[in-house]
Write a new protein. Structure first.
Length: 306
């Protein structure tokens, strides 16, 4: 009984460790701020939004992530700031984050920009053992009640973009200061889950009313397989995005983004697992809404592809 419980406990810690450091977003092309602080202000106006993801429908305790964000250029566009609030729930674990990003932006000719970003993250983790389905209720080694902790971390990133392409690299968590309590004693916590990201994409016209945008997101964590998301998106009539992605050895994804008004955009995405997990889940789903403010006199239809 104790062996079964230990296996379950270690698996839960691994899953939540990955979730807290390497949150998945099918529509990562619309939510780059969560990966790279250098992206702050890249929309050239105040951009606010919310992003909800329910992973692995039908699996008890599967991850659910709610993200609210805002970022804007400041100082005449020479800098950018961003704020994100994130709630991430997996099984008996609940993670809450507050993330503040700053980017120093250097302009070049032909609308090329280099941004150097720094991020500060506050994390609160709580886990409630009363929600666990225990194998042996009489096992004295099983912790009870709620536990948790708090931690701060720093991150950095660079982001280079033009009207035709973008390229970025980031390390959101530079410190190895995992949240640990006596409930994690001897199990190592999740100190090794510090992802490194590389992202890139380009866009080119394919007709009077069509643009094509291939993108890639690479996530690397020490001692873990490399995660790669390949995306191909189509932009119709300068209004509608339709895209498909392949997450290496994990899933096939699709999404669509369309305008509700001239300033409000809604996006919906779905995943289909390509692993044995598809026997237990109907897939994953996301929904995202964003609002792009414009200054007086600025054209609302000024397209920002990235």
């Amino acid at each position: 009984m104790r062996i079964l419980y230990t296996i379950l406990l270690v698996f839960s810690i691994v899953v939540i460790g990955q979730a807290q450091s390497d949150r998945l977003y099918t529509m990562f092309v619309f939510n780059k701020l969560q990966y790279n602080p250098g992206y702050a202000g890249a929309k050239e106006s105040l951009n606010v939004g919310a992003h909800y993801r329910h992973q692995w429908h039908g699996v008890t305790g599967a991850p659910r992530t709610v993200t609210a964000f805002a970022h804007t250029p400041i100082a005449g566009g020479r800098s950018g700031v961003g704020l994100s609030l994130i709630s991430d729930e997996t099984g008996i674990f609940q993670n809450t984050y507050g993330k503040l990003d700053y980017a120093y932006r250097i302009g070049f000719k032909n609308d090329h920009k280099l941004s150097i970003g720094l991020g500060l993250t506050y994390q609160n983790t709580a886990f409630d053992w009363s929600k666990a389905e225990l194998v042996d209720n009489d096992d004295t080694t099983i912790p009870f009640g709620s536990r948790g902790g708090n931690a701060f971390n720093f991150g950095a990133g660079i982001y280079y973009s033009s009207s035709k392409f973008y390229l970025g690299a980031s390390i959101p968590n530079l410190l190895k200061n995992a949240i640990t309590t006596d409930a994690f004693a001897g199990l190592g916590g999740y100190t090794d889950f510090r992802p490194n990201y590389l992202m890139g994409g380009l866009i080119f016209p394919a007709g009077a009313n069509l643009h094509i945008k291939p993108s890639i997101l690479v996530s690397y964590i020490k001692n873990a397989p490399v995660d790669i998301d390949f995306n191909l998106s189509f932009f119709f009539m300068e209004k509608f995005w339709i895209g498909t992605s392949y997450r290496l050895n994990e899933s096939i994804d699709a999404f669509v983004q369309f305008p509700l008004t001239k300033r409000i955009k809604l996006a919906v995405g779905v995943d289909y697992a390509t692993t044995a997990l598809n026997q237990f889940t109907k897939g994953s789903g996301e929904i995202m809404i964003e609002y792009l403010f414009k200054e007086d006199g600025e054209k609302v239809n000024n397209i920002r592809f990235f």
